[in-house]
Each structure stands twice: as C-alpha cells, then as structure tokens.
Design a binder for this molecule. Structure first.
Ligand SMILES: Nc1ncnc2c1ncn2[C@@H]1O[C@H](COP(=O)(O)OP(=O)(O)OP(=O)(O)O)[C@@H](O)[C@H]1O
Length: 238
C-alpha cells in the first residue's frame, strides 16, 4: 500500500452536530472497496468527506501523494448515487456529455467520445432519448457512461443500484465492476448487501459508531467478522 498512487485519509475527523466520523486509512490505486456497516454508522459521511462536500475538523487527505483540492469540482473523482444524477430535461447524450463540460459545448472529438461511452454501456441507440424513456437499468448505464467519459481515477458509489430488482442489480454491478477494473479506477461503494460487497469488491471498510476502519480483504473479513460486523450481519452472513 506504499507509494504515491493511493488515497490517504490521514487522521481525518468530520463533525456533523453530535456525530463525528474518524478515518485514518489508505486505499491503493485501482482497488475496489466496499463500505459496509450499520445504519447511521457513517458510511455516507465518509463518501461525502472524500467527495469534498464536508470540511474536516481535523486531518488531511492525499491523493497520489498530493493534498486533495478543497473544492469538490477539482477532486479527481466521479460520483454515482441512486438517482444516477440524470437531468430530466437533457437527452441521454447531453446527460453524459455534461460529465466532460458543464456547458456541454463539446468538440467533435469529445462528442465522439460521449457516443463511444454510450456504445460501451449498450446505450448507443438511446443517445437522443430522455431519462424518462429509460428503464432503471438503462438509467444506471447512462450514469456509468458519464463516469467512463470523465476518466476520473476515483469513483464513489452510494448504493447506486439499490432500487433495481435482484437480477438487474447483479447485472449492473457486474458491468460496473468490469468498467472500473478495465479503466483501473479506484472505487468505493457503499452497500447494505453483503453479497453485493463480495461480488464487487476486493476489500471492505467497516464503518461503525463513527469510525472507518482500514480496508481489509473482503473474503477473510466475512469469514471471520469482528464483533461490530458480526452484529450488523446477524444471520445474513454471506
Ligand atoms: N447533515 C447532517 N447533520 C447532522 N447530522 C447528520 C447529517 N447527516 C448525517 N448525520 C448523522 O450522521 C450519522 C451518520 O450518518 P450517515 O448517513 O453517514 O450513516 P450511514 O452509515 O450512511 O447510514 P445509512 O446506512 O442509514 O445510510 C447519523 O447519525 C446521521 O443522523
């Protein structure tokens, strides 16, 4: 885990009224990490902190050995939430293109890239459709196409496919895993489903009672869960 290509949360502390989250950990570049733990433990707070939406009370964050820029827009990351951040009044192509330029004034080459990203997620024939014309799975794919186009090295996912049925969710997780793996993207995914965590990630960060633990290899972690994880998993251990 040494070297410049990593995400380093250096003794970070975020305070939200009564709640505080501490994180002192490193994630190697290209790793896929599940963020798991009980409700209210601080999983979304961790992602919001990494995204730059929260100002830390203490500590620092580094990416590739350099301090993370303060401004969220300058951080080298993309975010995929459950609503896929699609704008209803924009075509699918423009929804993807906005990932590259907020004013959507793309050069011909950039437009070709956006079309290629749609092709890659199997939405090549939906470029001129609107989000309302897409199924839930297709909306997820459009969100992924934007992630592909942005080519940011870090991806934050907060239960992006939780609203989908089991088969479609599995399919979307697999597509996401392939895209992330091929592009060498470092990915952190919040999930409540141990099976999703296992199928997507190599490591897991357990977040409980305001503490984010260092990433651990996910198989052994589920095989021998520490007490906080054991009580969270209950009888739903995978
Ligand atoms: N904007 C806020 N202001 C004050 N407290 C907040 C704010 N957002 C979250 N909290 C509190 O911070 C704690 C952690 O919330 P967080 O959403 O990070 O947990 P979580 O692990 O993602 O939970 P869940 O699995 O239910 O989504 C909770 O006690 C929550 O009530």
């Amino acid at each position: 885990m040494e070297g410049a290509d990593m995400l380093h949360l250096d003794r970070l502390c975020y305070q939200l009224n009564e709640f505080s989250l501490t994180a002192d950990l490193q994630i190697a570049a290209g790793d896929r990490v599940a963020v798991i733990g009980p409700s209210g433990g601080g999983k979304s707070t961790l992602l919001n902190g990494i995204a730059g939406f929260l100002v830390p009370r203490a500590g620092q964050m580094f990416w590739g050995g350099q301090p993370m820029p303060d401004h969220p827009g300058e951080r080298p990351l993309s975010i995929l939430f459950q609503d896929h951040n699609l704008f209803p009044h924009l075509t699918v192509l423009d929804n993807v293109a906005i990932g590259l330029r907020p004013d959507m004034r793309l050069s011909a080459a950039q437009k070709a890239q956006a079309v290629a990203a749609l092709d890659q997620v199997g939405l090549g024939d939906k470029a001129m459709a609107y989000p309302r014309d897409l199924s839930g799975g297709q909306q997820g794919r459009a969100g992924l196409a934007r992630v592909l186009l942005r080519q940011r090295p870090l991806l934050l996912l907060d239960e992006p496919f939780a609203a989908l049925g089991p088969a479609l969710k599995d399919e979307m997780l697999e597509i996401t895993r392939q895209i992330v793996q091929q592009a060498g993207i470092t990915a952190l995914m919040v999930t409540h489903d141990p099976q999703d965590a296992l199928s997507f990630a190599e490591y897991a960060i357990l977040v409980a009672e305001g503490q984010a633990q260092a990433p651990a290899p996910i198989g052994p972690l589920f095989d021998h869960p520490p007490p906080a994880l054991q009580s969270y998993l209950g009888r739903r251990a995978p």
